[in-house]
Design a protein around this ligand. Structure first.
Ligand code: HEC
Ligand code: HEC
Length: 303
């Protein structure tokens, strides 16, 4: 008896369900539930990602490896908590992973001695170790994260990008790095390095973190797109092998280069014309002398 009533109940449930399914609004209800599920999934994934980037996505193992490396290679100057040591190294609290990736990735850090400026040199750590130290330093205080490739991969063939980048470079960077990014000396034994070999990631990070005397070009001062355009301009100017107009005269500007052409090239032209003149008269005089000698006639009378 119980079994029969069970079956009866089930079939009545099925009946009501199938009746509902036939309801004209059923399709919309299903659509709503599906959309809701998708939305919920995205929201959970998104917040997980946001959480991950807030702590640079560091795993506990990465953090402990980073701390270990930091204690052995960096703490002698920057302190065991990255708090800085007066006269040896600045505090790294809040400089962010980007500063570590830039400083260690370009070989500036670990600095070998205290000088006016730590020079770039072959890097001492692999990228995995750098990421670990960056994660550890980022955990000391919030700062700019290592940017992902989408932020700094720019198109050096995009003309708009390159020309906008050129304008921005000339107004914001050229006073220190030279109009062609060749670098230049600053005061007190410091210098702005050449930008010809810097990777696009390190260019972006330099702008984000402002090493040494360089100002910080945060996103409020210079939009991410503008930074990308500057990178496009710099990479584009590298692909122009040497100087398209011929000899590179140090790119000192059109007026001085024009002056060079006037004085040197015009001077050479004058010398050449004099030579032609001297040479032709001498040559014809020699020919006349030869004529007179062989024929015994007076060339002037004969002609
Ligand atoms: C011999 C001392 C010394 C050692 C060792 C050293 N640093 Fe430095 N660090 C400095 C000095 C001095 C500066 C600031 C001057 C400069 O940037 O040239 C600096 C600057 C930095 C900066 C830039 C801070 C900012 O405000 O942007 C970072 C990041 C950094 N160091 C990370 C490291 C890491 C990571 C290590 C270990 C791999 C390390 N340093 C090892 C002396 C040192
Ligand atoms: C006030 C002078 C100054 C200005 C303006 C300036 N920089 Fe710098 N820049 C420096 C100095 C100094 C360094 C070297 C820092 C160091 O060695 O720690 C540097 C380093 C760099 C580096 C690292 C190069 C490498 O491979 O080692 C890049 C890239 C860079 N700057 C790009 C820029 C860009 C792009 C701009 C304009 C948006 C700019 N800089 C504006 C002074 C300046």
């Amino acid at each position: 008896m119980t079994q029969t009533s069970g079956i009866g109940k089930e079939s009545s449930v099925v009946n009501t369900l199938s009746a509902r399914r036939r309801h004209p609004l059923a399709a919309f209800v299903v659509l709503f539930i599906a959309l809701g599920l998708i939305g919920a999934t995205y929201a959970t994934l998104g917040s997980a990602k946001a959480k991950a980037s807030a702590s640079t996505g560091a795993t506990p193992e990465q953090l402990s490896e980073g701390q270990k490396l930091f204690l052995s290679s960096c703490s002698s100057c920057h302190g065991t908590q990255g708090q800085g040591i007066q006269g040896s190294g600045p505090s790294l609290v809040g400089v962010g992973g980007a500063a570590v990736d830039f400083q260690v990735g370009t070989g500036r850090m670990p600095a070998q001695q205290i000088g006016p400026q730590a020079p770039a040199k072959p890097r001492a750590f692999n990228q995995g170790e750098i990421d670990a130290m960056a994660a550890y330093v980022a955990s000391l205080g919030a700062g700019p994260d290592i940017p992902d490739a989408g932020a700094y991969d720019s198109d050096p063939k995009d003309r708009d990008s390159v020309s906008n980048g050129g304008v921005l470079f000339r107004t914001n960077c050229a006073q220190c790095h030279n109009i062609k990014g060749a670098g230049g000396a600053l005061t007190d034994g410091k210098y702005a390095p050449s930008l010809r070999d810097t990777t696009t990631k390190h260019i972006y990070e330099a702008m984000l973190t402002g090493p040494q005397n360089m100002p910080v070009f945060g996103d409020k001062v210079m939009s991410p797109q503008d930074k990308k355009d500057i990178i496009a301009y710099l990479v584009n100017s590298r692909s122009v092998a040497g100087s398209p107009g011929g000899l590179d005269l140090g790119s000192i500007g059109p007026v001085s280069e024009g002056l060079f052409v006037w004085t040197i090239v015009l001077g050479l032209l004058i010398v050449f014309t004099c030579w032609i003149g001297a040479h032709t008269t001498k040559a014809s005089r020699a020919r006349i002398a030869h004529y007179e000698a062989t024929t015994g006639k007076d060339a002037a009378n004969h002609e």
